[in-house]
Every structure is written in C-alpha cells, then in structure tokens.
Design a binder for this molecule. Sequence first.
Ligand SMILES: Cc1cc2nc3c(=O)[nH]c(=O)nc-3n(C[C@H](O)[C@H](O)[C@H](O)COP(=O)(O)OP(=O)(O)OC[C@H]3O[C@@H](n4cnc5c(N)ncnc54)[C@H](O)[C@@H]3O)c2cc1C
Length: 358
Amino acid sequence: MDGRHWMLLELAMISGVSFLKFKENHWFIFEEYPGICRLAIKSEDGRELRSFRFKDEDESQEVRAVERRVLLETLASRLPPDAISFSSKLANIERSENGETLLELEDGIRISAKILIACDGIRSPVAKLMGFPEPNYVGHCAFRGLAYFPEGQPFEPKVNYIYGKGVRAGYVPVSETKVYWFICYNSSSPGPKITDPSILRQQAEQLVRNWPTELINLINLTPDDTIIRTSLVDRWLWPSISPPASTGSIVLVGDAWHPMTPNLGQGACCALEDSIVLTKKLAEAIKSKRTSVEDAFKAYGSERWPRIFPLTVRAYLVGALLQWDNPVICAVRDNIVVPKLVRLGPVLEHTNFEFDPL
Ligand SMILES: Cc1cc2nc3c(=O)[nH]c(=O)nc-3n(C[C@H](O)[C@H](O)[C@H](O)COP(=O)(O)OP(=O)(O)OC[C@H]3O[C@@H](n4cnc5c(N)ncnc54)[C@H](O)[C@@H]3O)c2cc1C
C-alpha cells in the first residue's frame, strides 16, 4: 500500500456478534445490515416492563446488529487481496536496539516492524510488553450464541432484554436466519474453561429454565460451534498510573488497550472509533511530514482517552447494577425504576460519536 510495506497478521476470524449503535456517523459500510427499531425490557416472568422506539428519542439514531464474522468479512473486503496474513499467531515480541519491534510468529517466521499497531484483543501480548496489567475479572460471565432458523427467523427487528435476579439475558435478530442471544450471570470466579458445547448449552439452559420459553428455544436452535462462555473483564486506564496507548512506534487499538465489559454494547464500536481516529492522525502525519508517527500515536491516545475511560467505568457500574440479585432491589427495579424512571436518552447518549468522513 502506498509504496510502504504493511502486514496484517491475524490469528483467526472467530464468531460472535457486535451490537453497533450509531448516530449520524457515516458508517455507510454497515447500511445493508438489519436496522433495529425498538428495545423492550421484560422481567423473568415474561411481563413487559418497558418498550422504546429508538427514533422516538432521536430521528438520527441508528442501531444495527452485525454478526462478528460478517463485520470482519465486510471490513476485510475493502482491503487489497492478500493484505491479511491468516493463521499468523504472534508467539513472542521484543524491542530491538535499533528501535524496531521484533515479532516472532508461532510458525517460526520473524518480522522486524518499524511501526506496530496492535489490535490483538484482551490478552494482548503487546499490551503486556508495554507494561499493562492483566484485565480484571468483574464477577460476571456470559454465555453467547447464534440461533439458526433455516426457514427464516420469526422475530421483529427489536432488542429484547430480560432481567432476573443476578442473571439477565437478551436476544436480537442479526439476519433473516440468525438470532444472537446472551445470558449474563454472577459467578465468584471465572471457573474452568469449558469448550464442550453440550455442557455449555446445559449450563445456559439451567440459568433460564423458568424464564420465557423463547430463550430456551433459541438455545436449542444454536449450532454447537457458535455457543461460547466468556468471563467478563475490564481494565481501567487511570490517568498518570496506566501506561499510555503508545510507546514509541507501538500503539494499541481496541480491547488490547481498553477492555471494557459489554454492558453498554460499546467495546467493538470503540475499537472501530479508535481505528478511525488513528487513521486520521496517521494520515495527517504522513501528509504534513512535520509530525512524526510517534507523535501521531500520542495524539491518538490523548484524543481517545477521554472517551474510553468514562465508558469503561460506566460499563462496569451498569453491569454491577443490572446484576443485582437481592429480591427486594430487583422488585423495585422491575416495578418502579424500569417502568417509570428509565429514559432512553441517557441509555443511547454514550453511542454518540461523530466524525467527518475519512
Ligand atoms: C459477552 C460479550 C458481548 C459483547 N457485546 C458487544 C456489543 O454488543 N457491542 C460491542 O460493540 N461490543 C461488544 N462486545 C465487545 C467486543 O466483542 C470487543 O470489544 C471487540 O471484539 C474488540 O475488538 P478488538 O478488535 O479490539 O479485539 P478482538 O475482537 O478480540 O480481536 C482480536 C484479534 O486479534 C487476534 N489475535 C489475538 N491474539 C493474537 C496473536 N497472539 N497473534 C495474532 N493475532 C492474535 C484474534 O484472532 C482476534 O481476531 C462484547 C463482548 C462480550 C464478551
């Protein structure tokens, strides 16, 4: 690209879903994916506590649910052919004396990089090299799956949340044939890694066995390879204490820098926003020739931190509130807070991110 040599290393395009919320921010690339019009909240006994229409709050509000595989394929389709080197697992990383970064891949290939943009997720070895601590487990885990309806799924374009005691769930259609669902539950520890889909399915069903039957149906219609369990983690980027987003010519993007809990549905959205801001800063540096790449990385970190840090804290607090298991507090939530006090505006406000088209 542009006479420079870039390599995009990727371990795998794993599945999952991203629930993207946009407001007037030119994400034309996602326009073909299903728009979600409403949000409904139910209690575990199936009572509808509240329902909102997004456009009633703000005509410009857009919500889209995009399957992770589709999102990655869409983004990858805009790159030159062969730009992504798949199955390239980073095994080791070191700083060399000439200021470059030495990357060693699992298959033995060694690469010396002048610039490294690391978007390698929550367990990023690059973040570790830069002095970031491991993300913190926040006391909740989540099951996720993609139910498949070969004859077409029957749901409205609506996000459905169901609140229980210490357990909450949700589902949303992501295409004509697929429906994403999640169940979030309290657990004092992340527990052992389980990959057997029949055990995962059984555990997920157990959590919602007396809930509205649509959830159990969705779990039953979920192919084995799309059901996963994840422990929820985050990392708070304390000012002056946490390392900055970049060190010299290495920069972090997305979860590698700022893992946040999914309670606001913003992790992937923020990773996309990061990439836009970073692209702009780099383009300005390359065009003007007065700013170095290192300064462009620093400017990116300074611009993004005020958005990322409060969102990470807010996502944590929202999770702590929604995962309450005290029956009295849950009764107040179901009978007063959700039906009478919750407003859609503050729920969507964090999704506002506006930028000029690139
Ligand atoms: C239960 C749950 C629900 C969520 N819901 C939402 C939501 O509704 N909306 C939303 O916006 N976000 C949501 N998120 C968050 C979202 O999934 C993440 O924030 C997002 O995936 C971060 O993107 P990323 O590209 O930074 O990292 P990742 O998506 O984790 O991608 C990292 C990539 O790096 C690659 N990689 C990792 N290690 C290596 C290595 N050693 N060598 C080479 N490659 C490597 C991996 O293959 C992977 O493709 C949710 C998360 C969870 C857990």
